[in-house]
Design a protein. Structure first.
Length: 264
């Protein structure tokens, strides 16, 4: 179960069936849940919690101190959610005391090779990060979102539930839930229709989201005007309310479509 060349601090807590590959290093104050498989040459630093059923491939580095000049070696943490897959050369950094103290990867995420999750980021459930997806600090990614390969996301940006960010995009403003975004700088390209259908959203919900999207992004209204019209004219499905709430709580401003001004 644990290779003879692995270096594991005696205070680390590993469930009895955790597997650890050769030359892996596990520091003190680490907890690893049942059924987790850790490959060769992995580094897991202190204050890291890995939930049951994860798979961590060789040369991943989890729990290193954040790349933040204000970080003062405070006791901050990383949590990897149940059933998450971490592929080769992925890096996940600890949180900061000024950013909430926790970097959290949600349940059943899939982090492809060379993904970077910086300090104080949080992802929801079943998020996919393709190869070389790069998140700066304090980013939030919603449930079932897809972040494409070579995507760079600016600090403090939010990516909504079921959003799809196309490869090689530079994301500098919030990406609402249920949409497709792509480009440098990223712009919206409509609803994530294929993703919504695959996840079982009804035709009625998809039609309502399409109408809400058109009101907000296609007819030139201000954000407040668009929200008022959506609330007055679109059936209030939970998904529509989620879409509106995301827009209302944006701090960085919301990305718009090509040829349109941004929503501040």
């Amino acid at each position: 179960m644990i290779h003879s060349t692995a270096l594991i601090d005696p205070s680390a807590e590993l469930d009895s069936d955790v597997q650890v590959g050769p030359y892996t290093v596990i520091d003190r104050d680490v907890r690893i849940g049942a059924g987790t498989v850790i490959g060769a040459h992995v580094t897991i630093d202190r204050y890291t919690q890995i939930e049951p059923g994860c798979r961590i491939f060789h040369h991943a580095a989890i729990g290193a101190v954040p790349q933040a000049v204000k970080f003062a070696d405070e006791q901050t943490r990383v949590k990897i959610g149940r059933g998450t897959v971490v592929r080769e050369f992925v890096t996940v950094h600890r949180g900061t005391g000024f950013g909430g103290g926790l970097t959290e990867v949600g349940e059943e995420n899939y982090l492809m090779a060379y993904t970077h999750i910086a300090h104080d980021c949080k992802s929801g459930r079943r998020v996919v990060f393709a190869n070389n997806a790069t998140l700066a600090g304090h980013i939030t990614v919603g449930d079932h979102a897809n972040v494409g390969g070579l995507v760079a996301v600016h600090q403090f940006v939010r990516i909504g539930d079921y959003a799809f960010v196309g490869g090689k995009s530079a994301v500098v403003k919030d990406i609402p839930p249920y949409v497709i975004a792509a480009g440098d700088r990223a712009r919206l390209h409509g609803l994530n229709r294929v993703g919504l259908k695959r996840h079982g959203f009804s035709q009625e919900v998809r039609d309502a989201l399409k109408r809400a999207y058109r009101i907000v992004f296609r007819i030139g209204l201000t954000l407040n005007e668009a929200i008022q019209r959506v609330e007055a004219e679109v059936d209030p499905f939970p998904e529509v309310r989620n879409f509106v709430a995301f827009l209302q709580t944006s701090q960085r401003g919301v990305t718009r479509g090509r040829g349109s001004r941004d929503l501040g």
